[in-house]
Design a binder for this molecule. Structure first.
Ligand SMILES: [Zn+2]
Length: 432
């Protein structure tokens, strides 16, 4: 079986699994189009429109910038997030979302579709809502903004499965598959090869990506008091479960603390990301990165679920006993170790490994000359992200080494290399 058939087969199985769970409405529709996909499309890197975005990674930032509308506060600021629950008084109110009223103490599955999509047929995706019987904040969870990032989809399912609206304070809104078109193709991107997470808060008159972003932002995200956007590593890289948070924002710090014992990297969100647009609009947001693309990884899923459930307790939305032994987040600054030669990358370490300065992280072997070079860790620290074994080019970001620090220093030492963008706005090693 060739790799394309295998991928289609895997996607099909995953779709059927999600259909059983009620997260996807139709697999037959989803994969009817799979057969017509260009056989050269591996679902990751195809360029379908040569008149625009000949290299969407390098031109994406400028293209997106033209189509962005500066986010405006979308709702009256409720005051510090930390006070949201203690301030919540009176009775819970019905939540009106996507034209539907959800009464306190009930849950519903709605559907959102950005109108007038590519084929003229709206494509809908589920929106799960649990409106608590008690007043409190509205927390939103989004997953699969990149269509090949599957761990977050399963996290949302598990979190909602455990929620009882009759015991919940506030509301929980989940969009398990934001980029349903990318998901169906097993692709990070939209069908026009744009990265949806460079177009928020969107523009009703912009590109398809900008319109989808605008629709999601106004119809769903604007109803949130706080947002957790679930991602995985990208391009055959995997991340130890970790938070990306702008620790200069006190409400974001409240969210980060709420996750308990989670690795936290301070990072300013890139322009056009959902995290950026939401925070700018007065909705504090963090990104969870857990695992790699195109796989369902149980340990990472469980870690993410535990983090979000701990957050629900921290925000006073659920009553639970402490889920972590040691609820403190662990702050890291970080640096990427890059390949200086092209060839076959084989790792000597695994995600979460502790390393000392000078330790061998992996090797790159030239398949022609058999010349082998080693990659060494420049610091003592921990492997918080790494590439899967693969053929790499010089400059490829292979190992993400985290160096433990404290909250204040994390903010001061921001960005070392981890999220430094190239001139074209492409951020490698990062999924968000
Ligand atoms: Zn992502």
């Amino acid at each position: 079986m060739n790799s394309i058939a295998r991928q289609s087969d895997t996607s099909s199985r995953i779709c059927q699994y999600l259909a059983v769970l009620g997260l996807v409405f139709s697999c037959s529709t989803a994969f009817a189009s799979e057969g017509s996909v260009d056989p050269s499309d591996n679902g990751v890197d195809i360029i379908e429109d040569s008149t625009e975005d000949t290299d969407s990674r390098s031109s994406e930032a400028s293209a997106a910038a033209e189509q962005l509308i500066e986010p405006e506060p979308v709702r009256e600021h409720m005051g510090p997030l930390a006070d949201a629950v203690t301030d919540a008084e009176g009775q819970a109110e019905p939540l009106v979302l996507l034209g539907t009223e959800i009464l306190p103490g009930t849950s519903q599955r709605l559907s959102w579709s950005a109108t007038e999509l590519f084929e003229g047929v709206p494509v809908s995706t589920p929106v799960l809502v649990a409106n608590g019987v008690l007043p409190g904040p509205t927390l939103c969870l989004t997953a699969a903004v990149h269509g090949d990032e599957l761990n977050g989809i399963e996290m949302v399912r598990r979190i909602f499965h455990d929620i009882e609206p009759k015991k919940l304070a506030g509301a929980l809104i989940g969009v398990p598959i934001v980029n349903v078109q990318g998901f169906r193709r097993g692709s990070r991107y939209l069908p026009d090869r744009r990265d949806l997470n460079r177009y928020f808060p969107g523009n009703p008159n912009g590109s398809a990506a900008a319109r989808i972003a605008h629709s999601l932002f106004t119809d769903v995200i604007a109803h949130c008091d706080a947002l957790v956007d679930l991602h995985t590593g990208s391009f055959e890289r995997a991340n130890l479960p970790q938070l990306r948070a702008d620790l200069r924002d006190p409400d974001v710090v409240t969210l980060a603390h709420g996750f308990g014992a989670m690795v936290v990297l301070h990072s300013r969100p890139g322009v056009g990301t959902l995290r950026y647009a939401a925070t700018r609009a007065g909705i504090p947001a963090v990104t969870v990165e857990a695992g790699g693309p195109s796989q369902l990884e149980l340990a990472e899923v469980k870690h993410g679920v535990k983090g979000v459930e701990t957050l629900l307790t921290a925000l006073g939305m659920t009553r639970r006993t402490r889920l972590w032994g040691d609820p403190e987040p662990v702050y890291y600054k970080s640096t990427w170790v890059r390949a200086n030669n092209g060839g076959i990358l084989l790792s000597d370490v695994s995600l979460g490994s502790s390393v000392r300065k000078g330790d061998v992280l992996g090797s790159i072997t030239d398949p022609m000359s058999n010349a082998r070079t080693e990659l060494h860790s420049p610091y003592s620290g921990r492997i918080i992200g790494m590439a899967r074994n693969q053929v790499v080019m010089p400059g490829f970001a292979a190992f993400h080494v985290g160096i433990q620090t404290d909250e204040v220093s994390a903010t001061e030492t921001e960005v070392e290399v981890a999220e430094k963008t190239d001139a074209g706005g492409y951020v490698d090693g990062m999924s968000e």
